[in-house]
Write a protein that binds this ligand. Sequence first.
Ligand code: KIV
Length: 271
Amino acid sequence: MSVHKEIKKVTTNVLQEMKRRGEKIAMLTAYDYTMAKIIDSAGIDVILVGDSASNVMAGHETTLPITLDQMIYHAGSVIRAINRPLVVVDLPFGSYQANSKEALNSAIRIMKESGAHAVKLEGGREIKESIERILTAGIPVMGHLGLTPQSIYKFGTYNVRAKEEEEADRLLEDAKLLEQYGCFALVVEKIPAVLATTVSQSISIPVIGIGAGAGTDGQVLVTHDMLGMTHEFSPRFLRRYLNLYESMGNAFKQYITDVKSKDFPSDKEQY
Ligand code: KIV
């Protein structure tokens, strides 16, 4: 039987054990109570309250504008919905880059005010001090390497990262360093599958991929993308499990028609 079925609450130790046993980790994003409740009851292992909320919830072009207060609001809504998964919350842009004290204060606010279980930070060796300081407060830290959307203006594009040897070598070194610093897991985003497999096999903490192939210890997708709500976003790595953009649009059109034609409400739908 899988670790997945036996456990009541997913912890960082459970994820470690899943990697050891070769059981893949399933992670999805959520930003609100209703969606988190559905995802939890489906049996997900990890929910990420991603700063992708900046895009899919608030309509910003990048993840940069979302604030710490807004992340805490989303995280609190998710926490109230869930029973089983580990809930990881992104530290938003500007809440940890200045110095490690600020990083710790931001992480403490997330844990205290939302009830989340862990935080995620983007970057490698350059955020060593922040990671170590957050860990000293007993807060589990997930790393994030490869395409790190908070650095989009440095990269200039959302293209695949680490295709060249130099960047790939640096990423592998960073992954090993994040493990050494004490991160419990690592997200790798949009990097070649071969590199992601090497990273996963080179470190003992779970590596969760998005657009990083099948060789990682788990997968994460943005829920609104995999449900087909964000129909304008179609990267190669995205598998769409529904076309909710179309089905929701049809439901809304039908409702409008029913209201205008006085079909809704019927006799049975009133008091
Ligand atoms: O913010 C987010 O949703 C993420 C995932 C893409 C990993 O960081």
